[in-house]
Design a protein around this ligand. Structure first.
Ligand code: PFF
Length: 428
């Protein structure tokens, strides 16, 4: 272990931290809507195939780079393929940009959690709800307060270190998160009209599976597993020496997919239980539509739901924060304390602009999800697949046999082609 970098002290902690990074706003507010829009169960099938054959090999490529070098994104690329180190800067930059705008949404979740504690959604109509959301986002003080507190919480967890901070937080919070979402699922499924919500999610419609839908499935799978940025790479540099990365990756992907489905079962039946409400993607679903649904329910439900959103956002945001801090610690030789302070201050700057200027927020989201993440993923698979000896990669994954050969084939040949294809589709 590289001296003093910190480590996750067990497989369970590593999986919880990686699952924490993966499970986030992407699962709660994007996945359910995308499934409904792109053909229900048919989309889920494509999503699972993409996750298994494209995303998992990318996950392994990142894992191999992190575990073999015991360095963060920039250092790992510099050591393995010096000519590609520019992609290390890009990864760190992407993690920084995502930390900044993701924390803005984290701040909104915090705001809504506090509102739910005081029963703030009672008797809300849809028009009122949209008004509450736009009042919040246009109130400079309110939006900045939530953002700063959220970013500060992320900073404190990262400051406490890899095992005592990130590991300890994820180990406790991830199982709790599953309990919270299951409680909401049980409640949602008992509502009148739940069937329509389930139909929206599950009815297979293969006619909707066109090129853009397949690109969307792969893009969502990348975003959901936090790929292409270097978070998985950075966390993998902290796993134990003999860790079986193959198993770690499979568990992470399984938890992420199960959680996304549970989020769908929690959200859609609830939306369809109120006549006239339409599921929409992104902020409007979680912050405008759901509060109306919650206004008619036991007030404990929104408390649990927004706490779950908050926790999911936090465990993801710390993985990006850590990646940027790890770059400063590994490459610039600064202490963890100083690194955390620097990342906090820089993200405070960019995040405040994102919080107050919607166009900057959207531009950051677009650039990171459509350009940085896919380009980063492409570099990771090319570097591992074409510049690393196969036996070395096999050793890092701790997995032999035919399973590895299949993964290697996909990593080397299929992933690069598939990633270029989605980059082109997304940018057209
Ligand atoms: N996987 C997170 C989610 O689904 O919300 C988002 C994310 C985290 C994306 C970390 C990228 C990243 F590097």
């Amino acid at each position: 272990m590289a001296g003093g970098r910190g480590a996750f002290n067990s497989r369970f902690v590593a999986v919880m931290a990686l699952a924490g990074s993966a499970i986030g706003l992407g699962n709660i507010w994007r996945f359910p809507y995308m499934v409904g829009q792109h053909g229900g169960a048919a989309f889920i099938l494509v999503y699972i195939v993409c996750s298994l054959f494209i995303s998992l090999p990318v996950f392994f490529a990142e894992g191999i780079l992190g575990k073999s070098t015991r360095l963060g994104t920039f250092g790992a690329l510099k050591k393995t393929a010096p000519k590609w180190r520019w992609a290390g800067y890009m990864g760190v930059l992407a993690a920084f940009v995502i930390t900044s705008y993701y924390s803005v949404v984290g701040g909104w979740s915090l705001d809504y959690f506090v509102r739910s504690l005081s029963g703030g959604f009672r008797g809300l109509s849809f028009a009122d709800s949209a008004g509450v959301f736009s009042d919040m986002t246009s109130s400079t003080v309110e939006v900045l307060a939530g953002f700063v507190i959220f970013l500060g919480l992320s900073a404190l967890i990262v400051l406490a270190g890899v095992d005592k901070g990130i590991g300890a937080f994820s180990k406790v919070m991830m199982p709790l998160l599953f309990v919270m979402i299951v409680v909401i699922v049980v409640h949602s499924l008992s509502l009148p009209g739940a069937r329509d919500g389930l139909d929206y999610l599950l009815k297979p419609d293969f006619s909707k599976l066109d090129g853009p839908a397949i690109a969307a499935a792969l893009g969502q799978s990348f975003f959901s597993l936090s790929l292409g940025v270097g978070c998985v790479l950075t966390y993998s540099s902290y796993v134990k020496e003999g860790e079986n990365l193959m198993a770690t990756g499979l568990w992470t992907a399984l938890f992420d997919t199960v959680f996304a489905l549970l989020a769908g079962f929690a959200v859609m039946p609830a939306v369809f239980s109120v006549q006239g409400l339409e599921p929409g993607a992104g902020p409007s679903l979680v912050f405008e539509t759901l509060p109306v649904v919650f206004s008619r329910m036991n007030p404990v439900v929104p408390v649990i739901f927004f706490l779950a959103v908050l926790v999911a956002a936090l465990t993801s945001s710390i993985s990006m924060f850590e990646e940027v801090a790890a770059w400063l610690i590994d490459e610039k030789g600064v202490s963890r304390k100083k690194a955390v302070l620097l990342v906090f201050l820089a993200a405070l700057g960019l995040g405040s602009v994102c919080a107050l200027v919607p166009r900057v927020f959207s531009a950051c989201d677009f650039a990171t999800s459509n350009i940085f993440m896919t380009l980063g993923a492409l570099v990771f698979v090319l570097v591992v697949g074409w510049m690393m000896p196969k036996p070395a990669a096999r050793k890092e994954l701790s997995s032999g046999g035919v399973f590895f050969d299949i993964i290697w084939f996909f990593l080397k040949w299929v992933c690069p082609v598939a990633i270029v294809a989605i980059m082109v589709t997304n940018l057209l």
